[in-house]
Design a protein. Structure first.
Length: 248
């Protein structure tokens, strides 16, 4: 029963993420207007806007102009739902489940905006940090909360330092501002030492991937790799974060 509820929630959240992943970089309000077809601009009726199911019963086409609906939308919905289900399967209804939901959600939105538009939303990062810090306070107490705040701030400056060095070394912009802000979210989510490992791991994964996904200017979006690596570190849950013990 829980699985069905979480699957439906996952589809709804996924649909919302796909929507804001398109709207925020294109500077369209996230509340108004209602969903519309990007081709003929006709506003969609509520039954044309049900995640996954509408795509299936409209056979992947706009009901008005028959323009093909991007397969990307149902794909994001299903991926989000499956990842939520996976988290529930591993953690049950717990704070870890909720922390995982925040991490996965920021990962999905950032992947959409960064891969498609080379854009990382400040709003998403700020909301992510607030949610993750509240969850840390509620589940681990005041000491760990303070530790995560310090981790977030120091990862921000650490990444900024890497950027300054990288810019000098490569004589061009090595890291985007979004990646630096994202590191504040990752630091406050998983702590200082796992964050350092994440940067290292993300660089290793991004290297071969950069040969495939590179745009004209030769920029590779680094944000999704950072988040992927940090979720992996969080999921491993190894006690490498010795610093955090000082705060318990
Ligand atoms: Zn249309």
């Amino acid at each position: 029963m829980f699985y069905i509820i979480i699957f439906i929630f996952g589809l709804l959240f996924g649909s919302f993420f796909a929507c804001i992943g398109y709207r925020i970089p294109n500077k369209i309000s996230t509340i108004k207007p209602n969903s519309f077809c990007p081709k003929c601009k006709t506003e969609l009726k509520w039954y044309m806007n049900i995640p996954l199911f509408s795509y299936i019963f409209l056979k992947g086409k706009c009901a008005y102009c028959k323009e093909k609906i991007n397969i990307f939308y149902p794909l994001v919905e299903v991926c989000t739902a499956l990842l939520y289900i996976f988290l529930f399967w591993v953690y049950g209804l717990s704070f870890n489940f909720l922390i995982g939901i925040v991490l996965i959600s920021v990962f999905i939105i950032t992947s959409i905006t960064d891969f498609r538009y080379f854009y990382i939303s400040d709003r998403v990062i700020v909301i992510g940090i607030i949610l993750i810090l509240i969850l840390n306070y509620l589940s681990f107490g005041y000491g760990i909360f303070i530790y995560k705040v310090i981790s977030g701030i120091s990862m921000f400056f650490f990444m900024y330092l890497i950027k300054i060095i990288g810019d000098k070394l490569f004589k061009r912009e090595s890291l985007g501002g979004g990646d630096i802000k994202l590191m504040a979210f990752i630091g406050s989510s998983i702590g200082f030492i796992p964050s350092l490992f994440s940067i290292f791991l993300a660089s290793i994964i991004a290297l071969p991937a950069s040969l495939i996904i590179k745009n004209k200017e030769g920029i590779v979006p680094f944000g999704p790799f950072l988040l992927f690596a940090s979720i992996f570190m969080w999921f491993l849950n190894i006690d490498i974060d010795l610093l955090s013990f000082l705060f318990i």
